[in-house]
Design a protein around this ligand. Structure first.
Ligand SMILES: *[C@@H]1O[C@H](CO)[C@@H](O)[C@H](O)[C@H]1NC(C)=O
Ligand SMILES: *[C@@H]1O[C@H](CO)[C@@H](O)[C@H](O)[C@H]1NC(C)=O
Ligand SMILES: *[C@@H]1O[C@H](CO)[C@@H](O)[C@H](O)[C@H]1NC(C)=O
Ligand SMILES: *[C@@H]1O[C@H](CO)[C@@H](O)[C@H](O)[C@H]1NC(C)=O
Ligand SMILES: *[C@@H]1O[C@H](CO)[C@@H](O)[C@H](O)[C@H]1NC(C)=O
Ligand SMILES: *[C@@H]1O[C@H](CO)[C@@H](O)[C@H](O)[C@H]1NC(C)=O
Ligand SMILES: *[C@@H]1O[C@H](CO)[C@@H](O)[C@H](O)[C@H]1NC(C)=O
Ligand SMILES: *[C@@H]1O[C@H](CO)[C@@H](O)[C@H](O)[C@H]1NC(C)=O
Length: 208
């Protein structure tokens, strides 16, 4: 089974060998405080046979795959039937000892959402092959990360509401602020909304 999928993967790789490329995403290379610069570039596109390479340049970060609806927890925690990529903490000593995580791409339509464990709640997230006409946008993923801030980890129930399904407040995903700093005006209602969402969870906790 494993061998078969490996074979299929390598056949796919061979088929597109001519155009296969390594798509580099630098992690922690930018030393400014802006979490949207943790991954550079923050979104990339890649086609079958390509390899997306995360290079851990400075600081200690992770590149961890997540679900759009639960940005700050590993994908496998959210959905045990999928085994997403996860680099684990990768210390890079001031630009030396740069390690990499390679993510092989087998098609150009599957979106991979990912985050850095240390800055996810501030918007340290990104995506591979984001569907530009879908409602699941990078801005939406950033807002989910800032709003849920990893707290979805404790709510495997469906009580928390990610952007698509939760319609309360700022639902227009295409008109998000272009400025993603956490001090943007949009940040405050988002935090409030997070608190409101946490309330039923707390009550549910009391009942248990
Ligand atoms: C960090 O990113 C900003 C914005 O893209 C850029 O102006 C700046 O030169 C970068 N700094 C480093 C050290 O890469
Ligand atoms: C988990 O992932 C599988 C495979 O992608 C998908 O079919 C299923 O709907 C997912 N379940 C949830 C709860 O998201
Ligand atoms: C880190 O690297 C920068 C750029 O190479 C250098 O200027 C700085 O002195 C280094 N800091 C330490 C603590 O090694
Ligand atoms: C690594 O990050 C530290 C802290 O932000 C910074 O002082 C140092 O210059 C960075 N090193 C490089 C090579 O950019
Ligand atoms: C995506 O993959 C399909 C099938 O492999 C191909 O026909 C199409 O040109 C690809 N699109 C891009 C933008 O690479
Ligand atoms: C992610 O960070 C939290 C603290 O912010 C830590 O408890 C946890 O172990 C980290 N997870 C991984 C996979 O490194
Ligand atoms: C987000 O998570 C970070 C790290 O776990 C924590 O320091 C911060 O207080 C959290 N913010 C909110 C609004 O929950
Ligand atoms: C992108 O999203 C649109 C709108 O949801 C959908 O119709 C389309 O099939 C999606 N494209 C891919 C490649 O999944």
């Amino acid at each position: 089974m494993h061998a078969v999928s490996a074979l299929v993967a390598s056949l796919a790789a061979c088929a597109s060998l001519v155009s296969a490329k390594r798509v580099i995403v630098k992690v922690g290379a930018n030393t400014t405080d802006d979490p949207s610069l943790i991954f550079q570039p923050q979104q990339v596109t890649a086609t079958a046979g390509d390899v997306v390479v995360f290079t851990f340049e400075n600081g200690t970060h992770t590149a961890t795959q997540a679900d759009f609806a639960a940005p700050c927890i590993p994908l496998s925690f959210h959905n045990s039937s999928v085994n997403g990529f996860n680099s684990g903490e990768r210390p890079a000593n001031n630009g030396t000892t740069v390690t990499t995580l390679e993510v092989p791409i087998t098609d150009n339509t599957t979106t991979f959402w990912f985050y850095d464990n240390d800055s996810c709640g501030d918007g340290g997230v990104g995506g591979i092959n984001i569907n530009q006409t879908s409602t699941e946008t990078l801005d939406g993923f950033v807002r989910n990360a800032e709003r849920l801030n990893g707290t979805a980890a404790s709510s495997s129930s469906s009580s928390f509401s990610p952007e698509q399904t939760g319609s309360s407040g700022g639902g227009s995903s295409s008109t998000g602020p272009s400025d993603t700093s956490s001090t943007s005006p949009a940040g405050r209602p988002a935090v409030l909304l997070g608190a409101v969402l946490a309330l039923p969870l707390a009550i549910a906790g009391l009942l248990l």
